[in-house]
Design a protein around this ligand. Sequence first.
Ligand code: BG6
Length: 484
Amino acid sequence: MASLLESERTSVRDGFPEGFLWGAAISAKQAEGSEGRGLTVADLQDFSPENKAKVKGDLSSDEIRDRLEHPDRYCFPKELGIEFYRRYPEDIEMLSGLGLKSFRFSMAWSRIFPNGDDAEPSEEGLAYYDALLSCLEAHGIEPIVTLYHDDMPVSLATRYNGFLSEHVQDAFLRYAETVLRRFAGRVRYWIPVNQINLTRVGLSSLGIVRDTVEDLDAKKLQGVHNKFVLCAKIARLGRELDPSARFGAMLADFLLNPLTCKPEDVIMATQKNQMTMYFYADVQLRGHYPGYALRYFRDNGMDVEVRPGELELIADNTMDFLAISYYNSNVVSAEKNTMAIGDYIVNPYLEANPWGWTVNPTGLLDGFLRYWDRYQVPLMIAENGFGQVEELGADGTVHDDYRIAYLSEHIAAIREAIRRGVDVFSYCLWSPIDMVSSGTSEMRKRYGLIYTDQDDYGNGSRRRYPKDSYAWYRKVIETNGETL
Ligand code: BG6
C-alpha cells in the first residue's frame, strides 16, 4: 500500500510555488502619456470636477467631435498619464527594488501605428518597447504584455466603428503581427485583449460609437466574436514564431452571488455568471460557443455573422491560461436586476471604498476554485488593488495600512486557492505607481505602492514617493508570500 498524499502522481502544496511570478500591472493609456503616439478614444475621456462620479467613457459622435474641435474646453488626464513614457527607466529601477519578478504592461497600438492603420509601423514606437523590454530584462523582470488595453486609435472608432469593421480587424492583426515578430522570444506571456467580457463601455472595449449603430447589444456581441477570432489568430501566429509563448484569456471578475437563497435569485446569479463571465472564457478556453449562450442569443433576438472557418479557428487555437482582474464582488436579485454586466446590488455584508467598491477576499478564493474546476488551465491575477484618496504626508510618504490589509488578505486568498489545488502562476497587483484612473480619469483614485505627485489637472512635480505598502510588498516577495 502507498500513501495517496505522498504519491508521485499527486501533490499537496502548502504555499506559493518556487518561481511564482510576483508582479505589478499598468496600462499604456493610464501611465505612458500621449507623447510620440496617435490619439486614442481613451485620451478623449475628460476629467470633470463638477461631475466626478459620472465622467463619460462612452462618448457619442457629437461628444467626440466637440472634444476634437475644442480641446481647450476639457481636461484630458490620460494624455499626460504619469509620463511613464519618459520616466520608465527610473520607474522600473524603483520597481526592481521590490524584487519584482513580473511586470504586466500594455503596448499602445497608436504608438506602433499612430492612426491604427498607417502603411508602415513607427520605428520610434517599436524602439520604445524594445528599450522598455531591455530595461526589464536588465532587472530580471518577466514581461507580461497586453496588446489592447481599451485604447482604440480615434479614427478607427469614428470612421469604421472599431472591431465591427473588417478594416480595423485587419489593422489590429497587422499591429499584433508586427509586435509578435519584433519581440518573438523576448515575451513569454501575452494577453491579446484586456478584459474581453467588460463590454459595458463599447467605445473603449470595442471602438463602437454607440449612437452610430442600431441594436447596440447585438453589435457588441458581433464585436466580441470578432475579438475571439483575432485572439485565436494572434495565438496561432505567436506560437509559430515562438513555441514557448503563452496566450491568455482575460476576464474582469464579475462573478455574482444571489442576494438571497430564493430560487429566483439563485438561478439569476447562475445565468448572469454564465452570460457575463463564463461565456467568454468558455469560447476562448474550451473552444466553442456554449449551449446556454446560443439559447440566450436566440431568445433575445441576437445573432453573430460567422465567416467560413472562424469557428474551427477558435476551436483549434484556444488560450493557454486565464488572467483575472479582481477588485470587488457583488450580489444580484431577480426582482431588482437585469442581465446587463455591472447591474448588481452591493453586498450588504461588505465594506467598500469611497467609490463603492466592496472588499471581499473570500470572493477571490471562491472564484479561483470555480475557474480551476471549470477550466483546468493555469490562472493568474492580472490586476488586484485598492483605490483610495491619499495625500503625501510631511514625512514624504503615505501610511496606507488599509491597502496593505486589502492586498495581504487577497494574497492570502490566492495562497489558500493554491493550498486547495489550484494552479496559479502569477499575481500582478494594480498598481505599482499611482496612475490616472481608467473609469473616471481621476488621479486622486490612487492604487499605487508608490505615490505620484500629480493632481487631477496634471499639476505637481510628478516625483515618485514609496508608500508604506512598498516596503511591505518587498517583504512579501522576499519571503515568497510567507510574510503577509
Ligand atoms: C480594470 C482596468 O478594469 O480596472 C484598469 O483594466 C483599471 O485599467 C482598473 O485601472 C481600476 O479601475 P479604475 O477606474 O479605478 O481605474
